[in-house]
Design a protein around this ligand. Sequence first.
Ligand code: UDP
Ligand code: MG
Length: 328
Amino acid sequence: MPPKPTSLAVVAPFYNEAGLIERFYQVLCAALDPLALNCTFVFVDDGSSDTTLQELNQLADADPRVSVLSLTRNFGHQVALTAGLDYADADVVVTMDSDLQHPPSAIPEMLRVYESGVDVVYGVRKNEDNRGFIKQLTAKLFYRLLRRFTHVDIIGGAMDFRLMSRRAVAALRQMPERHRFLRGMVPWMGFSFQTLAYDEQQRVAGQSKYTWRKMLRLARHGFFSFSTAALDIITLLGIFMAGAALLYLVYALLAWVFVGRVVPGWTSVITVVLIVSGVQLISIGILAQYIGMIFEQVKGRPLYFLKQERLAQQSADHPVRQHEVEHR
Ligand code: UDP
Ligand code: MG
């Protein structure tokens, strides 16, 4: 069993969240202050174009426990979380959304679960999704597909509200992949875990920053970086097509030899040509997905750049260090 934690860090990404920052901070502090823990906050501005960064800096002016990182542009939720995790330095680290959909009041419960001796505590949404019918449906479908075609136990209903031990965070930092899908990467690491059900709240202000484009990108990264099933499927499809073609060839030759007639069938020919070329194009598209990801990965670029790195003020008993950031 791990020793009782003495410090906790909260990592939260902010993308154009001006207007709810103060409220988030208040609710968070109200939940954490009663805990006998050294708390720090790593707030990451994901290239916001509103006053998010100024508001975060105001928090840091007033509270020396607050670190504020600002990415040079919008790199996306998963990268913003990764940046925060790179800088979080505590026995336990909690990642959560900054719109109060993940209730800070669940953090003390997560800690209790953690103290039962696991490395990761996944917050699992217990209420129905309040995100609209189509988003719910597509999410359900996506996770079913993911569970079916990957070897990772993706936990149903687990969003990016989770608590991780120091060693789980350290392990995650060693995973330099560009196409980040933390909901798959964390379970993949294989550390012991428990889940904790929480009630997801409505967003307190503003609108969802997850556009359809961003969601599709996340889904693409999740699926293609955790499964090569699509490659197996096109291989099988190829074998099936080749088999069918061979049979047809035999039939055509027999017809030519024994019946001696060649049917002028334009419709059948064009149908076959269209279907086959469609399947080929889709197959090439699937290959292109992987090639594109390999291409981006081998460039080996850093995952993000910072335009501001404002670290929580150090204290003798609880230094906040910057570590393992150089290689990114
Ligand atoms: N977010 C971010 N970068 C982005 C999109 C979102 O840092 O490009 C943050 C956002 O500020 C919020 C969290 O990620 O704290 C979840 O986003 P959001 O609430 O918009 O998504 P939803 O809850 O609708 O899925
Ligand atoms: Mg939200």
